[in-house]
Design a protein around this ligand. Structure first.
Ligand code: 13P
Ligand code: ZN
Ligand code: NA
Length: 273
């Protein structure tokens, strides 16, 4: 099943997929182990920075290999892309889905670029996600939030034909200083106005009950990145401080396990609705 179709199905059933960013073999191994254990489909996603780090063939090869041993299946998604060329290269390389992030551009430019990507993706039967409103990036001020306006979202969706829409409702990338309060009324209004699968960015640091409520109100994809990096690196620091082992194959597994435990918990949250 294509991700486009799967998200449509989840839009109707008020279900949700977890979309986890991976960075290296170890984080990928931790993620896929839990998805397999729970027999849940999952979205594996990478940003340009991870593609620069791993190389495009490596990203595609790793994801393919991970899915080969995972019966519930999954999809490879390009997260937060700002360039047409990168998106075209990823679609050619076999990505199932791409995000065009023109959320910091004026509305009309966001519409124009997203429309272009939707046309391109049609040739691949690939899913396209766009963002309207503004979810603060890592390191950017969370005060600079531009919430998604339901009526504007409706116009955006009908003008672009985009398949899934990332919404700005008070979440932000990275951890939060205080427990985030999502504008759930706004979320419901956006769902009502657009009638398409909605995406929640900034999943790290959002409490499980808030994630569940957002799914009930129409979120069909929840993005999780920072907690994966943080869990892996904090555990790795501890393991390295504790021993002088140079066989990395003996050092990494507990950190992989920790990522796995995190993803298991999040998959539980996302599926239990
Ligand atoms: P977090 O880093 O807050 O989990 O956000 C992830 C994300 O939105 C990736 O696109
Ligand atoms: Zn994001
Ligand atoms: Na976050």
């Amino acid at each position: 099943m294509t991700l486009k179709d799967k998200l449509q199905e989840l839009h109707s059933s008020r279900g949700c997929l977890l979309a986890t960013n991976f960075y290296n073999f170890e984080t990928l191994a931790g993620i896929i182990a839990s998805a397999s254990l729970l027999q849940q489909p999952i979205i594996l996603q990478v940003t340009k920075a991870s593609i620069d780090y791993l190389s495009l063939p490596m990203v595609v090869g790793m994801a393919k290999a991970a899915f080969a041993g995972h019966e519930a299946g999954g999809w490879l998604h390009l997260d937060h892309a700002e360039s047409y060329d990168l998106i075209a290269r990823c679609l050619d390389a076999g990505f199932d889905s791409v995000m065009i992030d023109y959320s910091e551009q004026p509305f009309d430019e966001n519409v124009a670029m997203t429309t272009k990507i939707v046309k391109l993706a049609e040739q691949y039967n690939a899913n396209v996600e766009a963002e309207l409103g503004y979810v603060a990036k890592l390191g950017q001020s969370k005060e600079k939030l531009g919430f998604t306006e339901p009526e504007e979202a409706k116009r955006f969706v009908s003008e672009t034909g985009v398949h899934a829409l990332a919404v700005a409702i008070g979440s932000a990338h990275g951890f939060y200083k205080a427990t985030p309060k999502l504008d759930l009324e706004r979320l419901s209004a956006i769902k009502e106005a657009t009638q398409i699968p909605l995406v929640l960015h900034g999943g790290s640091g959002i409490p499980a009950n808030t994630l569940r409520e957002s799914i009930r109100r129409g979120i069909c994809k929840i993005n999780l990145a920072t907690e994966i990096k943080d869990t892996f690196m904090r555990n790795l620091h501890r393991l390295l401080a504790e021993n002088n082992e140079i066989d990395l194959r003996k050092v990494f597994p507990p950190a992989i396990q920790a990522v796995s435990a995190l993803v298991k918990e999040k998959l539980g949250t996302v599926s239990r609705n």
